[in-house]
Structure formats: structure tokens, C-alpha cells
Design a protein around this ligand. Structure first.
Ligand SMILES: Nc1nc2c(ncn2[C@@H]2O[C@H](COP(=O)(O)OP(=O)(O)OP(=O)(O)O)[C@@H](O)[C@H]2O)c(=O)[nH]1
Length: 362
């Protein structure tokens, strides 16, 4: 097996489809993007704002700002419960990968929601399931690790599915976690109210949840209420991230996740979980960002599938990924994809580190 030379098929489809006239705009707008530094300055300015109140008549009571709050909320649940969809609703932007297939979330991801004076940092964990392969074990360990570290553990249950053996086990394990625990019944758009109440009662009989919420992550029902409550529940303390930051996933990793999602959406029947994507290069250029990524597959036959006839599949993947990355970073993107065969990547510790997972020994 060779991993270079003729195995690398670049798919440079970007330039032609880039925004029609980006150059003059860049000159008119010297601030290229809102950086974390800007946000930190803004945050300080807000904290010192009382000085601006000087003009208020003496009779008016001084405005006492509520204390800031910040805390971690771990979203756990069985695969496909809707964690990523909910996270995206809570944060109001696409930060986690959503797909109709299970186990698309591999590493922990965070989304950050600001509500009044509170910063809620969501930890989206991989679905918890009975692990078989090494990669599966790493995902499950990461999920429980995320739950242990959080201020609040939120268990998400697919209301349509109810409590099966798998969720029974999660509930069992949750009992030993000494954190504030909340239950979120999701997908309430798909079930009748009576069965929701019965499900809530059943789950609460097994674990003493502090609160129970009913939401539809898909259409947003109940999400506002949930966010408000979480904002009140996270501990008092300084914000841990700049105010306008929605995810702490480095952009390179987020971009790799986006491409992986596109591969997955297109090819999940042919290569279920055997591909991974890494961003090799991220270069800011006057006409946009040049990004090079490698899609790793396990076998030569899979590499051919990813390329497609005459490179049609990889082109379509590249186009979809480029559009989305470009939307997020608000700049034109020139995306170059390579496909390489790397046998047994699922047993290589280095790949785990890159995905932010612990490599399970043994
Ligand atoms: N009807 C309905 N479907 C939902 C709702 N929330 C999520 N879904 C769907 O359920 C499927 C799984 O959602 P995800 O958000 O990917 O689930 P997940 O728990 O993050 O899955 P993993 O990454 O596998 O752990 C997707 O097809 C969603 O569109 C909901 O409130 N109502």
C-alpha cells in the first residue's frame, strides 16, 4: 500500500465558485474578522460600564449588575437522541455535526451560549452505547469523562424511543454521578403528551433528577425555557470564554469535522465509520483561506468510492464542505481534498490524539 503520489487526488474546485467580487470589500473592511481579542476588550468595556451612567439623574438607583455566571453542561444520551441538534439550537449556530446516522459525534465538542449575564458551555459527548471496538471504547470513555467534569449533567432521551435496555444502563450509571442532574425528553413533536408524562415519571423513579424538561430540538419548542433555567443554574464566576465565541473547537478541527460530515452523508452505506479527515494546511491569503485536508480511509477500495467516477464524488463533497466552511468563517475558501489509504488507522494512537480522544489501551 502506498499513501502518496498517485493516491493523492486534489479536488480544487474552489476558485471559480468563489464570491463574485471579494477583493474591493476586503480593502473597505480592514478588520478582517471578529477575533477573540476584540471580544475580550468588549467584555472589559461592559464590565466597566457604570462610568457611563454618570449622566443619570441622582434620584435614579445605581444599576447593580447581576454577577456573571459560567458553567459546563454535559449533554449525554444514547446515540441519535438528538444531542447535536439540541446543541445547535441552544447555541444558535451549527457547531456540532448532525446526521441521521448514529455515532457521528466522536470527540467532545463544546458550544457556548450567552444568556443575560451567564455563559453556558455545552459539552456534546459521543453517544453512549455498548462498546465493542477500540474506537467505540474511546468514545464511550470520553462521554462519561465529560459528564464527570461538568457542573450539570443533562441526560437526553428520545421520547419516541423511551427507555430501552441501553438507556436503562445509562440511568443506572448516572445514579453514581454526584452532580446536578437534569432530564431532557427530546423529540416531543413525535409523541403524545400522556406518554411523555409516563416516561418522565419512569425515568425520575430510577434517578433523582433535579429537573425535567420537554423539548423538540428540531423545531425549538421548550429550548428557550431550558436555556433560561440553565443560565440561572450555572455557578457564579467569571466568563471562561470571550462573549461572542460559540465553540472552542479550533477552526481547523471544525473544518475537518464539516468535511467528514459531508463524506458521511454521501457515503454512509458504503463506508460506515471507516473514514477520518484531518486539516493539513490553513493559510490566510488575500483572496480567502486556502485549506488542505486529507480524507483517510482504510482500504484502497474505499478510496475509489470516495473519489467516485471521474472524481465526481470527491468534487461534490468538496463543494458542499467548502460552502459550509466559508459560511462559518465568512471568507472565501479554497479547499483542496486528498484521499489516502491508511490501514488500521483505528488502532493508531496518533489518530486518536488528533480527534481529541484518549487511546484506550488493551
Ligand atoms: N422529530 C424530531 N427529530 C429530531 C429531534 N431532534 C433530533 N432529531 C433527529 O434525530 C436524528 C439524530 O440527531 P443528532 O442530533 O445527530 O443525534 P445525536 O444524539 O447527536 O447523535 P450521535 O452523534 O450519534 O450521538 C437526526 O435525524 C435529527 O434530525 C426532534 O426534536 N424531533
Amino acid at each position: 500500500m502506498s499513501t502518496d503520489g498517485d493516491n493523492d487526488i486534489p479536488a480544487p474546485e474552489a476558485t471559480a465558485a468563489a464570491a463574485p467580487a471579494p477583493e474591493p470589500r476586503i480593502e473597505e473592511t480592514p478588520i478582517e474578522e471578529t477575533s477573540a481579542g476584540d471580544a475580550a476588550v468588549k467584555e472589559t468595556a461592559v464590565a466597566e460600564a457604570p462610568a457611563a451612567e454618570e449622566a443619570v439623574p441622582a434620584a435614579a438607583a445605581p444599576v447593580a449588575l447581576a454577577p456573571t455566571r459560567a458553567g459546563f453542561v454535559a449533554l449525554i444520551g444514547a446515540p441519535n437522541a438528538g444531542k447535536s441538534t439540541l446543541l445547535n439550537q441552544l447555541v444558535g449556530a451549527k457547531v456540532s455535526i448532525v446526521s441521521h446516522k448514529v455515532q457521528t459525534t466522536r470527540a467532545i465538542m463544546r458550544g457556548i451560549a450567552m444568556r443575560d449575564r451567564s455563559q453556558i458551555i455545552f459539552v456534546d459527548t459521543p453517544g453512549i452505547f455498548a462498546p465493542k471496538r477500540r474506537l467505540d471504547r474511546a468514545m464511550v470513555d470520553t462521554a462519561w469523562g465529560g459528564a464527570m467534569d461538568a457542573d450539570i449533567v443533562a441526560l437526553l432521551i428520545d421520547a419516541r424511543k423511551g427507555i430501552d435496555a441501553e438507556i436503562g444502563e445509562i440511568l443506572q450509571r448516572l445514579r453514581d454521578i454526584r452532580r446536578k442532574k437534569i432530564l431532557i425528553l427530546n423529540k416531543i413533536d413525535t409523541v403524545k403528551r400522556d406518554s411523555l408524562l409516563a416516561l418522565a415519571a419512569d425515568a425520575n423513579a430510577r434517578v433523582a433528577f433535579d429537573d425535567t424538561y420537554m423539548v423538540s430540538a428540531l423545531n425549538g419548542d421548550g429550548v428557550e425555557y431550558l436555556t433560561d433555567d440553565l443560565a440561572r443554574s450555572v455557578p457564579e464566576g467569571p466568563w471562561l470564554y470571550p462573549e461572542d465565541q460559540i465553540s472552542d473547537l479550533p477552526m481547523r478541527m471544525l473544518a475537518a469535522e464539516i468535511t467528514r460530515e459531508k463524506v458521511f452523508l454521501r457515503l454512509h452505506d458504503e463506508l460506515p465509520y471507516s473514514s477520518t479527515v484531518e486539516t493539513d494546511q490553513w493559510k490566510e491569503q488575500p483572496n480567502g483561506v486556502r485549506i488542505e485536508q486529507t480524507i483517510f480511509v482504510e482500504r484502497e477500495s474505499q478510496r475509489k468510492i470516495v473519489l467516485g467516477k471521474g472524481g465526481a464524488t470527491i468534487k461534490a463533497i468538496s463543494m458542499a464542505a467548502r460552502g459550509e466552511i466559508s459560511d462559518i468563517i465568512e471568507q472565501p475558501v479554497h479547499l483542496f481534498l486528498f484521499v489516502k489509504v491508511r490501514e488500521n488507522w483505528a488502532d493508531d494512537p496518533e489518530r486518536y490524539r488528533e480527534m481529541g480522544l484518549e487511546f484506550p489501551r488493551g
